[in-house]
Design a protein around this ligand. Sequence first.
Ligand SMILES: [Zn+2]
Length: 141
Amino acid sequence: MLETLNVAGPRAYPPRVTPFTRAFWDALRDGQFRTTRCDVCHAYTFPPKPFCPHCWSQQVSWTDLSGRGTLYSATTIHAAPAAFRADAPYRVGIVDLDEGPRIAVSLWGDAPLALDEAVEIIALRHDDGPLFAARAVHLPR
Ligand SMILES: [Zn+2]
């Protein structure tokens, strides 16, 4: 289970939820981080997809992710798109999940983060639905 934080207000740019991705967002709302994994070549894919981009199989299954990874890259956004302008400056990063996928993710909070540092995914419970972000594992809970 992911650590879940309540965040006041709606999401700045709510994700488009499809009949396929609803399983991801419903799980995230309940503090679970999931994605799809290929039944043929066993590769994980993130974001979840109804096919495998590695071998093109359409035999995929939902699977839980640990929510643990390492920070591969990070930057601070000062010139933000209109939807996120009120949040600027804010940080985003690239995280290598322990299961393999390399994902783009918001970085939570202002604590310093070093490249290759261990990070964890947290669930953010906004008034209108969930989002996720990454933060350093060593932060106090
Ligand atoms: Zn595959």
